[in-house]
Ligand binder design. Structure first.
Ligand SMILES: *Cc1c(COP(=O)(O)O)cnc(C)c1O
Length: 425
């Protein structure tokens, strides 16, 4: 069959290394051949063979309203006819900047870039430039994109492939990066420019911040004059209407966004107070730029998504996800395995285990569960039943606003059967 997943993947393997443009999409850690998607609608995607899957990947969090939301499609149709990139300021950048800053207290200005990687990389450069210091602290198992300085002890695909970091990253590039265990407040000194953290760690499956952790980071940064950077590329406008600051009542100095704010198009943003952002070129000495930054299509989609979702939508989604998490856990445990399903806002983690176990609090604990060998069989059994989870145990389930209670029920039913298969595998 020429229009099969296998045929497309074989062709992909010829022209794209490993057949994928981002390693998390490969089936390396679960085995098998990826499905090649041709379209998505709401909570579902469809592959080249016409098979539909209930999709919990949702572009790893970039899709909040679900795929091809009619209002977003309409906004894009309009934008595309007006021209797609100019190299001059456009209203869309202002509108997206206004929406984002209006929802996050203390975030006065931001700059748009084209990916989360760029957002974090630029925020780190800005923090170093603004403080005149070199060191940055990151946490074991947090993923902050693939810029050299941050590609150590990363979660997501880096963890999935069992890599400590990456070849091609020099000792010099990571020489000023200090890695600390998540959920323990490190003691800093005045060589530290910034502490970079995922307010909810969502790239080592899901690890919630323990009470006091984020506030502890805030206090320790203040004590030595370091900047606190929230990498909200996943949590921003997903965890809550105002993101992690609203959810945890802790205010960082710099914010990084991506995923949701692009409405499914390539976008990132980093921002903070007007004072800190004044170090950025053309105002200050920290250089940062981008040909496609603030792209009109991306801003049109981002503005549409953010202005469509209401506070009530988040509240409703969170309570539905909490029920879903409970149902999922019960179903898996009825089949003879144990499950941990941590929830933070609408973010949902899923760990399988043969023994009763607590929710992990750091990467070491998360890794034990993610590497226990249960996930690949569970993943494939779910996929065969039409439920697409991410092809790696370190990813979370992304629930969109388009997922219905029926979708959740169906997933729970499948999970009971998939867990039985995984238990006996
Ligand atoms: C996805 C992600 C990034 C990188 O964003 P890209 O758009 O993939 O470059 C950075 N930080 C976190 C927390 C992420 O989840």
């Amino acid at each position: 069959m020429t229009n099969s997943n296998q045929a497309w993947f074989d062709r992909a393997l010829k022209v794209i290394p490993g057949g994928v443009d981002s390693p998390v999409r490969s089936f390396r850690s679960v085995g098998g051949t990826p499905y090649t998607v041709v379209r998505g609608k709401g909570a579902y995607v469809e592959d080249v063979e016409g098979t539909r899957y209930l999709d919990y990947v949702q572009s790893y969090g970039a899709s909040l309203l679900g795929h091809a939301h009619p209002d977003v499609v309409e906004a894009l149709r309009h934008a595309v006819g007006e021209g797609t990139t100019f190299g001059a300021p456009t209203p869309g950048e202002v509108l997206l900047g206004e929406v984002i800053t209006s929802r996050v207290a203390g975030l006065e200005q931001l700059r748009l870039v084209s990916s989360g990687t760029e957002a974090v990389m630029s925020a780190v450069r800005l923090a170093r430039g603004a403080t005149g210091r070199d060191k940055i602290v990151k946490f074991d198992g947090c993923y902050h994109g693939h810029s050299d300085a941050l590609l150590v002890a990363g979660g997501s695909g880096v963890a999935q492939l069992g890599l400590p970091g990456s070849a091609g990253v020099t000792a010099g590039a990571v020489g000023d990066t200090i890695v600390a265990p998540y959920n323990i407040v490190p003691t800093l000194d005045d060589s530290v420019a910034a502490v970079l953290v995922e307010p909810v760690a969502a790239n080592m499956n899901l690890v919630a911040p323990l009470p006091g952790f984020l506030q502890g980071l805030r206090d320790e940064c203040d004590r030595v004059g370091a900047l606190l950077i929230f990498d909200e590329v996943i949590t921003g406008f997903r965890l809550a209407y105002g993101g992690a600051e609203e959810f945890f009542s802790v205010t960082p100095d710099l914010w990084c966004f991506g995923k949701v704010i692009g409405g499914g198009l390539p976008v990132g943003a980093f921002g903070g107070s007007r004072q800190v952002l004044s170090s950025l070129a053309p105002l200050g000495p920290v250089y940062q730029a981008g040909t496609l930054s603030g792209n009109p299509l991306a801003t049109a989609a981002g503005v549409k998504v953010l202005s469509t979702v209401t506070r009530d939508d988040y509240v409703a989604l969170v309570s539905r996800v909490e029920q879903f998490a409970t149902g999922l856990k019960e179903a898996i445990e009825s089949a003879g395995l144990f499950a941990v399903t941590p929830v933070q806002g609408p973010l949902l983690g899923l760990y399988l285990s043969r023994e009763e176990t607590c929710a992990p609090t750091n990467f070491t604990e998360s890794r034990v569960l993610c590497e226990n060998g249960l996930y690949p069989a569970f993943f494939h059994a779910m996929l065969e039943r039409g439920v697409a989870l991410a092809p790696g145990a370190y990813e979370i389930l992304f629930v969109s606003m388009a997922h219905t209670d029926d979708d959740f029920s169906q997933t729970i039913e499948c999970a009971a059967r998939a867990a039985r298969i995984a238990a006996n595998a």
